[in-house]
Write a protein that binds this ligand. Sequence first.
Ligand code: ASP
Length: 339
Amino acid sequence: MTTTRHRVAARMIAALGALSLLAACSGNGGGGSGGDASSYPDQNITIVVPFSAGGPTDTVTRMIAEPMAAKLGGKIVVQNVEGAGGTVGAGEVSQADPDGYTVLMHHIGMSTAPALYKNLDYKPLEDFKMVGLVTEVPMTVVARKDFAPATLQDLVAHVKANADKVTLANAGIGAASHLCGLLFQTAAGVKLQEVPYQGTGPALTDLVGGQVDFMCDQTTNTSGQIAAGKVKAYAVTTPERVKSLPDLPTTAEAGLSQLQVSVWHGLYVPADTPDEIVQKLSEALKVALADQGVIDQMAKLGTAPVPAEDATPQAHRAKLEEQLGTWAKIIADAGVTVS
Ligand code: ASP
């Protein structure tokens, strides 16, 4: 993990703290019971995306699906199972046959849901094996293009003065957009009316259409609309500017240094999936992340694959453990729960 990521995590804690408002093969619990590893795969693999088609999680998944399938020698189908900030899709995969044919792509929301949902029907560390990390995506603060505020500072002043009118879109409680929105509200010291969607794909469509005022969303979803001038972009939520959006200031440059978050993604399988199958998936993930086409597509959308050593069950589990602890504290301090 880089120093930058540590810095980002530290700043996230600092920001929300102020409001008093995320298995290794060997560590995954052993061999498991499903699936024949030697012939794997001999049928289609489904990767479940727990958000809408066309959104950022979906985009990253579709980018890696083809090169992964080529390495595995099979076909990968992407299925969107939306709802409740990604918890419906994650819950479904936790109950799936542990045979390697149902895989989950999830993001930072895997680490926040246990603290947010009192009745969550899965336990991230116990009900899944981790396959590997995928990418860590910056977010942008974006608004409908005719929204009055011109800069991030103006946006803060505007939402404070119009808190009862301004609408903040997100992809449901525990989604990355929801977390970033919480950070924004904390940093700005304001409570806004939130409008939840099944993913930021449809949320961005409504933002472009002017039905909601603003939101945080990943560069993998917003880059095209920013470049086309269809939304107004205020800042990127990472310590450094994003190469593909060179004119966009960082939140720190724009005067809101507490608003720092980037969205890590990983692949999961049900906990009893055999380690040999997890290993095959992890190897395929590494190949996909080294694919020049994937690297280029990600770069255009403001992100990059994780280094090969992070596309492993071990690194993924360590990240999840660390992030679960981090977010439990932030969310407890924030006092946000859903029944
Ligand atoms: N991952 C996005 C979010 O958490 C939602 C999406 O992928 O549509 O906000």
